[in-house]
Design a protein around this ligand. Structure first.
Ligand code: NAD
Length: 499
């Protein structure tokens, strides 16, 4: 493994990690009530980077009370929409001024490539903040031409208002910690809500820094709070009666628990959950283009992407070529720490997750599946897993059905479009899919029949803040991005005036 060209970590990052990190409540770093602390690891070495509080129910109460006070006193929702927009645009500028610091923090804490951290976790996040900031001034209801007949002679005018839903709990996973926190925070703030974010216990660093930078940009104290902790803290937050909306991103099993807890208080909720996303390659593909495109969608962030390609179905006429090209590419990928910009595969987020992915691979081996790449452990510190390509997978194999969330691709052939469609849709998940073909008629025939919230054609994984994003089936409830994100953080009020 080559680690000679490693990026030097800046003094600002070291200084932040050396601090005694606390919770972020009422616009300040606060000492937690809970005495427990969580170790935060560097996945490239397995060393402890820092520690954060493991917040308890009292801490959650404080954070929710802080957000509630900010909401009820109108310090944020009472601003003119143009002033909310301007503050969020200023936040984008502040984040941009700290772009390299945030990218390095994300790489150190999550393990990902510094290239990915710079271009996606930070640069794409800035685009998202600026796009969503603009929504603050574009929230609009409708006027309704109503026909109420009584009493005679009275006319009615009705209209709708979209009002901020209240205090939002944003629960974030560990794969894109800053970016997914922002996916929740910014539309909620644009709509006038106050927010409590709970990052994943594995990757809490950038959310804590984001909160400080939000205050620097002018977001009033109490409007944006951060509590760090694990499942206990998350469960206390989602069950809290002071929360009006839960925006959750994470695994399907946890999402089900969150939804069940939310219903107890009739708290609104949206769930962005797991995926097992197929790529379907038709007979006319350019093999090189399709393979490189699918690989980029499969191994980005070591496959720890909810929308990553994890199953590839290839027309039998191109199957052998595709499988060989996938295997060659996977076997030649360089493996190293995220701070080495030349390393193509970096560590997974945690030892626990590495062991989980290796467990999936061990099971596939024990079932006699054909490995063309990967599947053998890497004996060195850090949480590395070799990229794996498994060919001729039967549709009922666990590796085809379960979300692995690692650098693992399962590949199988098909004979006609109907079979490809059956294979692609044969999953409890329905987050995303891609089609690889230049046959417009075939693509337009398949797109409406694919059970997925996003279908890409000749690409896989690009997201845009304007494109609604979310899942069919067990991949979730609701949509983020675009106007859907704003709608998710508002209540609709009908107003009817008699005159
Ligand atoms: P996870 O479900 O284990 O945890 C997600 C978050 O929920 C964490 O912050 C965790 O601490 C918290 N949590 C755990 N138990 C809780 C409870 N009972 N109540 C409230 N919160 C609780 O997921 P993960 O392992 O951190 O992330 C990986 C998963 O996230 C994968 O399944 C992936 O597909 C999914 N994901 C989905 C999307 C999407 O947009 N659809 C995006 C990224 C990741």
């Amino acid at each position: 493994m080559n680690s000679e060209a490693k990026v030097a970590v800046s003094g600002a990052v070291h200084a932040f990690l050396r601090r005694e990190l606390g919770l972020f409540i009422e616009g300040e770093v606060r000492v937690a009530h809970s005495p427990r602390r969580l170790d935060v690891f560097d996945p490239a070495t397995g060393h402890v980077l820092t520690t954060v509080p493991d917040a308890d129910a009292t801490d959650v109460d404080r954070a929710v009370a802080s957000a509630r006070t900010a909401f009820d006193t109108h310090v944020w929702r009472g601003l003119r929409p143009a002033d909310r927009e301007r503050t969020l645009l200023r936040l984008a500028d502040v984040l941009e001024a700290h772009a390299e610091e945030l990218a390095q923090m994300e790489t150190l804490n999550q393990g990902k490539s510094i290239n990915v951290a710079r271009t996606i976790d930070v640069a794409a996040t800035l685009e998202y903040v600026r796009y969503m900031a603009g929504w603050a001034t574009k929230i609009a209801g409708e006027t309704l031409d109503v026909s109420i007949p009584f009493p005679p002679g009275v006319r009615y005018t009705a209209f709708t208002r979209h009002e901020p839903v209240g205090v939002v709990a944003g629960i974030v996973p560990w794969n894109f910690p800053l970016m997914i926190a922002v996916w929740k925070l910014i539309p909620a703030l644009a709509a006038g809500c106050s927010v409590v974010i709970k990052p994943s216990p594995e990757t809490p660093v950038t959310a804590l820094r984001l909160a400080e930078l939000a205050v620097e940009a002018g977001v009033p104290a109490g409007v944006f709070n951060v509590v760090t902790g694990g499942a206990e803290c998350g469960a206390a937050l989602v069950a809290h009666p002071g929360i009006n909306k839960i925006s959750f991103t994470g695994s399907t099993p946890t999402g089900k628990r969150v939804g069940a807890a939310a219903v107890q208080n009739m708290t609104r909720f949206s769930l962005e959950l797991g995926g097992k996303n197929p790529a379907v390659m038709l007979a006319d593909i350019d093999v090189d283009q399709a393979v490189q495109g699918a690989l980029a969608g499969a191994f980005l962030n070591q496959g720890q992407v909810c929308a990553a390609v994890s199953r590839i179905y290839v027309h039998r006429s191109k199957y052998r070529q595709v499988v060989e090209a996938l295997a060659d590419s996977a076997n030649s990928m360089s493996i190293g720490p995220g701070l080495d910009p030349s390393a193509q595969i970096n560590p997974l987020v945690s030892a626990h997750h590495r062991d989980r992915v290796e467990g999936h691979l061990a099971r596939a081996r024990s079932e006699g599946l054909r490995f063309l790449a990967g599947g053998t452990p890497i004996e060195q510190p850090g949480y590395y897993v070799r990229p794996a390509v498994i060919a001729d997978v039967p549709p009922d194999a666990a590796i085809v059905r379960d979300e692995v969330f690692g650098p693992v691709l399962a590949v199988a052939p098909f004979d006609d479009a109907a079979q490809a469609l059956r294979l692609a849709n044969d999953s409890p998940y329905g987050l995303a899919a891609s089609l690889w073909t230049n046959d417009l008629r075939a693509a337009m025939n398949l797109v409406p029949q694919i059970q997925a919230g996003t279908v890409w054609v000749n690409c896989h994984v690009p997201l845009d803040p304007a494109m609604p994003f979310g899942g069919y089936k067990q991949s979730g409830i609701g949509r983020e991005f675009g106007r859907h994100a704003i709608e998710g953080f508002t209540e609709t009020k009908s107003v009817c005036i008699a005159h």
